[in-house]
Ligand binder design. Structure first.
Ligand SMILES: *Cc1c(COP(=O)(O)O)cnc(C)c1O
Length: 343
């Protein structure tokens, strides 16, 4: 039985061409800046993201943490959407390692309201932590891969500049957002001082993320990466996969994942007891509410698993489906059939 894995886009495997290319590249000791393939990837990323420099890191979590450490000092405050990955899913590193105070703000469309940020800003007073940084996320993971309005990013950046705050963008799935918006990735990044993007999700590289920003920012970030143990040696094999991952064809391929997610979402709307808000299916995620179907999310996921479809319970009645290059159109149609059988 073919297993249809809709749990994550991190299940993606490197392609044969990626592997072949990887084993051909020239390697060096990257801690000393001597791995030419890493340097090539970093330059490519900096250009795509519209920043002066970029830095290769083993994971997105480390990329975000390095950004926090570089932008702030311990005891300062970070304004962040309350369900952002950086607070919900990075093991509390923002507090435990960066030593930051979190000011969580709710933003149903994936980003905090500008007015709420204005209100949250701390006045200068000996009792208060200093507000230093705003963290944005695009696409927003917990809200089902949605893309917050670009106009809001622009307004937040304008406000941040006026008040001397830095903006970091957790863009683990930034290219999915760019495709949804029909914009270049760098157009989104212009509203942030630093940005982290993942190579190992929909883009299909086995390992790695990039952090981009100004030259000075990256010089400091490189020190923190080393401090956290992220200085690696012959990274060229991984970075070669990253170079292929960032090719225009591979980035455009993400569109397919979006079509598949929307196809699935549309299919789900036909079942009684399952609710999908199609207006919030922006990229490669579908959140389905099962209340009324007689299933809890957990029971539904178990039932699907018996039939060879893997999904993630993301709340008592909410199931999350994520498409990736490992999932075909036929898999989506088969998934809809299987759901029809069990509903
Ligand atoms: C996956 C993810 C990260 C972290 O990336 P890892 O490589 O898994 O550490 C950060 N932010 C968002 C929104 C993510 O989805």
């Amino acid at each position: 039985m073919r297993v249809i894995d809709l749990r994550r886009d991190t299940i993606t495997l490197p392609t044969e061409t990626m592997k072949k290319f990887a084993f051909q590249v020239v390697l060096g000791d990257s801690v000393y800046g001597e791995d030419p393939t890493q340097r090539e990837l970093e330059e490519m990323a900096a250009s795509l993201l519209g920043k002066e420099r970029a830095l290769f890191l083993p994971s997105g979590t480390m990329g975000n943490l390095v950004a926090l450490l570089t932008h702030t000092r311990r005891g300062e405050e970070v304004i962040v959407e309350e369900n952002a990955h950086i607070v919900t899913s990075e093991t509390g590193g923002i507090g435990a390692i960066a030593g930051l105070n979190v000011k969580p703000l709710r933003g149903e469309d994936g980003a905090p309201e500008v007015e709420a940020i204005v209100q949250a800003l701390r006045p200068e007073n000996i009792h208060y932590p200093r507000t230093r940084l705003i963290c944005l996320e695009n696409t927003h993971y917990r809200y089902g891969g949605i893309v917050p309005p670009l106009e809001k990013f622009r307004a937040i950046k304008m406000f941040a500049e006026k008040r001397g705050l830095a903006v970091h963008l957790d863009g683990a799935r930034l290219f999915n957002a760019a495709i949804y918006l029909k914009r270049e990735a760098r157009e989104i990044c212009q509203y942030a001082d630093s940005v982290m993007v993942s190579l190992s999700k929909g883009l299909g590289a086995p390992v790695g993320s990039l952090l981009a920003g100004s030259r000075d920012f990256i010089v400091e970030a490189e020190r923190y990466r080393k401090m956290l143990g992220g200085g690696m040696r012959q990274t060229g094999w991984l970075c070669a996969c990253g170079i292929m991952a960032l090719s225009p064809e591979n980035i455009n391929r993400l569109q397919e994942d979006h079509y598949h997610a929307f196809l699935l979402a549309q299919g789900l709307t036909h079942f009684q007891g399952i609710h999908v808000d199609l207006s919030r299916v922006h990229t490669n995620f579908v959140l389905a509410n099962l209340e009324g179907s007689g299933y809890t999310a957990w029971a539904f996921a178990e039932k699907l698993k018996e039939k060879g479809v893997l999904v993630t319970p993301a709340g008592k009645f909410v199931v999350r489906f994520i498409t990736s290059k490992e999932v075909t159109r036929e898999d989506i149609l088969r998934t809809i059939e299987i759901i029809e059988e069990i509903i």
